[in-house]
Design a protein around this ligand. Structure first.
Ligand SMILES: Nc1ncnc2c1ncn2[C@@H]1O[C@H](COP(=O)(O)OP(=O)(O)O)[C@@H](O)[C@H]1O
Ligand SMILES: [Mg+2]
Length: 240
C-alpha cells in the first residue's frame, strides 16, 4: 500500500441540470497521507460535505479523479464502490442509531455488517470501544435514554468498530461538550497511530485544530488554504 490514502485531482462537482445546474466544487486537489488526521473547514455551503461524500464513495465522481486506497473512483462501478465502502467508517451529523437496540447492540451492528466473527467477540469489542468513549456505564441503554452527546459517541464507536482504513466524519463533535469532543478526536488520532487509520473530519471547533496534522479550508467550492495543523507529533495521547 502506498503512503497516500486519498488522492484528489482536478475534482469538480455539479448539482442539478439545465438552468438549475450549480457548480459545488472547482478544481479541488488534495493528497491525504495514510494515518493522518485532516480537518476540513469553511463556511456553510462551501462544499465540505460534498467533498467528503465524493471521497467516501457516497456520490459518483463525474469530473476529475479520486483515488481511494489506490483505486480510482472516477467511472468505477457500483459493485466496486460498495466493496470500497466496507473499508470506510462514516460519522455524520445525524447519528442514525437504531432506537430499539442498546448502545452495545448499535456498536455491534458496525461489526456485523462486515460478516464473520462470533457474537461474543463482537460484544466484547463493542464494550471496549464504548468504554474508551466513556460509555462503559451505558452499555445496555437504549438511544432514547441517552443524551445527544452520548448518542453521538455511540455512533463514533459504531464507525470505529469495523476497524476501517479511513474514517470520514462530518462535524462528529458538534453535539459533544468540550471534554468528550476532544476525547473522541484523540481516539481517532490514537487509532491513526496504532492501526494506520486515516481520518478526514469536518469541524468548526478551533480546539480540534491542535490535534490536526493538516487543515484544509474551502470557500465557494475551492480550496483556499491548505496548511499543516498544530499537532505535536511526539505528544502521546494514549492513557497511561
Ligand atoms: N443535493 C444537493 N442538491 C443541490 N445542491 C446541493 C446539494 N447538496 C449541496 N448542494 C449545494 O452545494 C453547495 C455545497 O454544499 P455542501 O457541500 O453541503 O456545503 P457545506 O457542507 O460546506 O455546508 C451549496 O451551495 C449547496 O447548496
Ligand atoms: Mg455540510
Amino acid at each position: 500500500m502506498t503512503e497516500t490514502a486519498i488522492e484528489v485531482t482536478a475534482l469538480e462537482h455539479f448539482f442539478g441540470d439545465g438552468e438549475a445546474r450549480k457548480q459545488a466544487l472547482f478544481d479541488v486537489n488534495l493528497a491525504v497521507a495514510r494515518g493522518s488526521l485532516t480537518v476540513l473547514m469553511g463556511p456553510s455551503g462551501s462544499g465540505k460535505t460534498t467533498l467528503l461524500t465524493l471521497m467516501g464513495c457516497l456520490r459518483e465522481v463525474h469530473a476529475g479523479s479520486v483515488r481511494l486506497l489506490d483505486r480510482e473512483l472516477f467511472q468505477s462501478d457500483e459493485i466496486s464502490r460498495i466493496d470500497m465502502r466496507r473499508r470506510l467508517g462514516f460519522i455524520f451529523q445525524a447519528h442514525n442509531l437504531h432506537d430499539s437496540l442498546t448502545a452495545r447492540q448499535n456498536v455491534m451492528m458496525g461489526l456485523q455488517v462486515h460478516g464473520r466473527g462470533d457474537p461474543k467477540r463482537h460484544a466484547l469489542a463493542a464494550d471496549h470501544l464504548l468504554d474508551l468513549l466513556g460509555l462503559g456505564q451505558r452499555l445496555d441503554y437504549l438511544p432514547g435514554n441517552l443524551s445527544g452527546g452520548q448518542k453521538q459517541r455511540v455512533a463514533i464507536a459504531r464507525a470505529l468498530a469495523s476497524n476501517p482504513d479511513i474514517i470520514f466524519a462530518d462535524e462528529p463533535t458538534a453535539a459533544l461538550d468540550k471534554v468528550s469532543g476532544l476525547a473522541a478526536v484523540r481516539l481517532f488520532k490514537d487509532l491513526g497511530r496504532a492501526r494506520g487509520t486515516t481520518t478526514v473530519m469536518v469541524t468548526h471547533d478551533p480546539r480540534i485544530l491542535d490535534l490536526a496534522d493538516r487543515v484544509v479550508t474551502l470557500e465557494d467550492g475551492r480550496i483556499v488554504e491548505d496548511r499543516a495543523g498544530t499537532a505535536r507529533n511526539n505528544a502521546s495521547t494514549a492513557p497511561a
